[in-house]
Ligand binder design. Structure first.
Ligand code: ADP
Ligand code: MG
Length: 142
């Protein structure tokens, strides 16, 4: 199944993220898109959806931020600096799988490690400054 959204503000992108989170009980959500496309903003909306209210920011240096306290834990990864399977083990990716929602920025870097049933979220700049085009694909669903 593939869905497409055009958003006109960060708040609208958060709303799409919030709705996606409502439909999930766990699993991997893999993000693709350039710097500033809205990946972290989308994850912020997902956190709202699970009822997590603390700060949400790109875990660029930490690689993973744990957001616990909502209806399900959400683990927010930034794979920008991840280059090998060893890095993936080191950041705990395999330990977190199946323990909550994994939201993964820069999934481009870990394509081979993404599970078959991962939800894929593509974000791109639109024509206007605050416009973003979001495509959500759930593999295996028609
Ligand atoms: P990324 O994590 O992909 O690098 P961020 O979510 O950190 O991107 O940053 C997106 C930036 O773009 C934020 O400053 C946000 O306010 C701004 N922005 C403007 N319009 C939108 C939109 N429609 N959706 C998401 N972010 C938007
Ligand atoms: Mg980010």
């Amino acid at each position: 199944m593939s869905q497409r959204f055009v958003t006109k503000s960060a708040e609208e992108t958060m709303e799409v993220g919030c709705q996606l989170a409502h439909s999930l009980t766990g699993g991997v959500v893999a993000f693709f898109g350039d710097l500033g496309a809205g990946k972290t903003t989308f994850v912020r909306g997902m956190c709202e959806g699970i009822g997590y209210t603390d700060e949400v920011s790109s875990p660029t240096f930490a690689i993973v931020h744990e957001y616990v306290g909502g209806k399900t834990p959400l683990y927010h990864f930034d794979m920008y600096r991840v280059e090998s399977v060893e890095d993936l083990y080191a950041c705990g990716f395999y330990d977190y799988l199946d323990t909550g929602i994994l939201a993964i920025e820069w999934s481009e870097n870990i394509l081979d490690a993404l599970p078959e049933d991962a939800v894929l979220v593509y974000l791109a700049y639109g024509e206007a400054e605050d416009e973003r085009i979001i495509r959500i694909e759930r593999r295996g669903e028609q």
